[in-house]
Design a protein around this ligand. Structure first.
Ligand code: SF4
Length: 399
């Protein structure tokens, strides 16, 4: 076990049982994440934990997931379930039903709970939607990414704008909330093209949108192609204009920004992701899944085959684990809380952590209050509109 500079402990996977019952049963995590690591094709920019075109592994994955959940000490009720990927809807309807059986063998979703599943428009049939509704899914997060054919081609997505459009309309009939994922800063994408995608999204009766600037992650095909000069990053000022356009246009159409990358009609914010931003604890299962239980953050093995093979033998498959010190918990809560447009409730923070949010990293807080990137309003510490464009820099000062 090694003590970090801030008092947190990087621990060996054998040091702590991350599947042990939460120490305080009254405060067990109220959120569950499950990772489904299957896609038809790996898009050139994607570095998520997944395998492409390996449907032969699905039965072993479902058995491994069963074994991982069996390792959990106790049964739990949660308020949110989020099945992410990969492409969860790449599973067949039978496999989706089996996945639900596995989850509901240990977890119960509170009545009125939020049950989200990520999906791609490609191949999202009525049968799949019916199956999802049947297992209780009430929120669909659709990886539309763009309504521009050229951008979708660059991103190596399998669907067309017309398919995305048609699927969104069917999904709206089937689920309480439909969310769209959109990407900007794609090589070759112009501001006009991004504005056109935003305009299409605004015309749709959707209640939630997530927008992400494209990043070039090491190990991806896009990263290699940029190194070789085949594609270029989007200039910073253009990316900034694209982000500003999303904030402005969704704000005007009644889907205001509530987090750095997220927009929602009031009341349709993603409750599951709010758990992350509020630095609350959550369960997680599946390859590469990250959990936060009993003050310990741990991540499962990211190699899908390794995770499956370990769990088929009943062996825990972790990548890393960190026991957070009291100081690290406080700093994380600030770092994550500043992602929210509403910011951090100053009194709530004091009650929870017993310290004044303004006193933590006092120099940084004062500097950014002075330079106009932070503000105190309505008893909250938050990024200003200008601060949201410098969020990474400001938030990093609190870690
Ligand atoms: S569909 Fe999504 S998860 Fe799958 S490879 Fe493409 S970007 Fe990654």
């Amino acid at each position: 076990m090694r003590q970090d500079f801030d008092g947190s402990y990087q621990v060996k996977p054998s040091d702590i049982d991350v599947y042990a019952a939460p120490k305080n049963s009254d405060a067990s995590p109220r959120a569950l994440y499950v990772h489904v690591p299957f896609c038809l094709h790996r898009c050139g920019y994607c570095d998520f934990t997944l395998v492409a075109d390996r449907d032969d592994l699905v039965p072993a994955y479902l058995q491994a997931l069963t074994n991982e959940l069996d390792r959990l000490d106790g049964d739990y009720e949660v308020d949110t379930i989020f099945i992410g990927g990969g492409t969860p809807t790449h599973l067949s309807t039978d496999q989706l039903e089996r996945l639900a059986e596995i989850l509901f063998s240990r977890f119960t979703l509170n009545s009125g709970g939020e049950f989200s599943v990520e999906a791609n428009p490609d191949g999202l049939s009525d049968d799949v939607m019916k199956t999802l509704s049947g297992i209780g899914v009430n929120r669909l997060s659709l990886g539309v990414q763009s309504f521009d054919a050229a951008v979708l081609k660059t991103l190596e997505r399998q669907h067309t704008p017309a398919v995305a459009h048609e699927v969104v309309h069917r999904a709206i009939d089937a689920f309480d909330v439909v969310s769209l994922d959109l990407i900007f800063g794609v090589p070759g994408q112009t501001l006009d093209a991004w504005n056109a995608t935003l305009a299409v999204a605004q015309q749709l009766p959707i209640r939630h949108v997530s927008t992400y600037g494209l990043t070039f992650e090491k190990g991806t095909d896009f990263y290699r192609r940029r190194q070789q000069g085949q594609i270029n990053s989007t200039p910073d000022d253009l990316e900034r204009d694209m982000y500003a356009a999303a904030i402005s246009q969704f704000g005007h159409s009644g889907v205001p920004q509530y987090e750095i990358s997220n927009f929602a009609q009031p009341g349709s914010e993603c409750r599951h992701n709010m758990v992350y931003w509020q630095a609350d604890e959550y369960f997680a299962f599946g390859p590469g899944a990250a959990r936060y239980v009993n003050g310990v953050r741990s991540t499962n093995a990211r190699n899908v085959s390794r995770w499956i093979n370990c769990w088929l033998k009943g062996e825990v498959a972790l990548q890393d684990m960190e026991q957070l010190s009291a100081d690290a918990k406080i700093r994380e809560a600030i770092f994550l809380g500043l992602r929210l447009v509403a910011g951090i409730d100053i009194n709530g923070f004091l009650n929870r952590f017993g310290c004044d949010v303004g006193e933590i990293a006092r120099d940084s807080a004062e500097r950014h209050l002075e330079d106009g990137l932070l503000e105190v309003a309505d008893s909250h510490l938050r990024l200003t509109s200008a601060g949201r464009f410098m969020a990474d820099t400001v938030m990093a000062d609190f870690l």
